[in-house]
Every structure is written in C-alpha cells, then in structure tokens.
Design a protein around this ligand. Sequence first.
Ligand SMILES: [Zn+2]
Length: 322
Amino acid sequence: MNWITDKIEKIKQKAKKIFKKQPVAQETTDWKNCPQCKKISYKPDLFKNSYICECSFHFDMPPKLRLDSLFDSEYKFIEAPDINPDPLGFEVKDGAREGYRYMDKVKKYRKTTGQVTALLAASGNVSGLNAVVVCFNPKFGAGRFGPAESEHFLKAANFAIEKKVDIWIVVYQSSGIDVHTGLVGLAGGMTKSVIAMKQVKEAGIPTFAVAARAVSGGTYASNFFMHDFIIIEHSSVENLLFSGKRVTANILKGADAIPEDFGRADGVMKAGLADITLENRKKLKETITKLANIILKKQDLKTTDEAHENPEDFKKTASTAS
Ligand SMILES: [Zn+2]
C-alpha cells in the first residue's frame, strides 16, 4: 500500500503549491482593495493620486515612486554594497517548509522588488537642496533591517557627509532588525545605524524621519528617533512602537494598561514622540522644504512648486526664522 501513500503525499504537495501561488496572482491584478472603506480601486487611478484612496487611506507607495516624487528631477542611486544578507546561513524549519533556506527568501525579495537590500538610497535635489534620501521597501521582507541594510544605510550616510549635502531624509516602513541574522543583525542594524546618524548630525546636516507605515523593533529603538524632525505621513499610520500591544500588555501584566491609541499616529503625537502628522503624503516635500529652509536659514530660498505660486509666504518664513 506504499504506492497509495506516496500518491496521496504527491497530491498534497501539489495542492500546497497551488494554494501558495494564489497571493502572487492576486498581487498582479490591476485592482486594490481598501482596508478602510472596502472600496476597490483601479491601480492606475491610485498611481495618479499618490496611492491615496478616496477615503484618504494611504496605501504603500513603491519606493521608486517615492524618490520620483521627492526629487526635483534626475537623481543617482547609491548602490547597495556587496554584503552577505544571511551570515548565519539560517534555515527555516517550520514543518511545511523544512529545509527552506533563509537565503532563498532573500532571493525571492530581490526578485520581487528588483532591489539588493530592503533600502533604496539616492542623491539629488529636493526643492533645490542637495539631499540624500533613503527609503525602506515593505515588500522586501517587511522592511527588514539586517547586515546588508545597515551597510547600505552607512554607505548612504558617508556619501551625504562627503558631499556635504543640505538634508538627509529617511522614509521608514520597517518591521525592525532581521531576526534571522541574530547578533550580527542586531550589532550591525542598531549600532552601525546609530553611528551613521550621529555622524550625519555631527556634520551639521538636518535630518528628517518620515513614518510612512509601521516602524517597530530595532529600527524604532535605534536610528528612527535620532532625527531632528519626525514626520508622520498621515493620521492612518499605526504600529509606531517597539513591540506589539499583546507583548507590551504581557509585560505590563494586563491589556487594560494599554491605551487605545497605543502606537497610532495620534497616540505618538500625544506622547510627544513625533513633531507633525501630515494631512496627506502630497504635503511631504513642501513640509520638508519649509523646515529645511528654516533650519538652514536660507535667505535665498529654495522653492517648491507651491513657493513659485506664493513666494511672499516663503520670504516671510525665512525672515521669521532668521
Ligand atoms: Zn478607502
């Protein structure tokens, strides 16, 4: 009867493969379902509206489009260094995928996103200011921060310092330090990124953190709060926390102790952990430009598109800042 058992096992494996493929197929459709208003939107329409639903829910915006929207025109990528993202050679052994190597997962992330690390870094002009922008990609392992990402972060920071850029911007969408890399990831992710941020600040470069989605774990606990300005992209952003509600409730011995707005944009603002929550992401470039010009005390103001329309407003801001 062994042949029957073998046959059943083969059918099981085939069924598993079919079911695994479904989410990928769903991802390739031209439609997106809004988790807030439940409306189904056509992706090209969302693209035109900066990936914002009619109800104001902010979908993830692909990092490349984010760079396109922040930079004035052309920009240059700061390529990822050649670092092994899986120094421990970690194997996932969760039964269903026994023998599945973590490196295979990384390869999948690379294929899906076209990126080498979870970061996309580039230099160019933002409203006429020299800038380095680093952007996490949530589609790359939920914005994991491992040894390769920390080296990429460091490389971008060194570039910013060497070129003496005007501003440094990091757009966060990160689940934290990559657990598959153990202490190597922790030491690299947290320590190196903290050193990188410290050096950027010592070079006198104003720094901006943009929370575009969840920022948690080691990313939240290290470089995120080192920025001069913490900007939350929209009031719907949540999970700005070190660990989730359940874990925190266990530590505090009861969910009652956890406020309703824990980790939400409004809660984070109330706790004084962020500086501003934007009406929507279309205001991001303009807001960063205004703040940067105030810090840099530019008399000869660099202007955004809006500034061209209202140059007097910007002059007033500059004179107040001086
Ligand atoms: Zn919606």
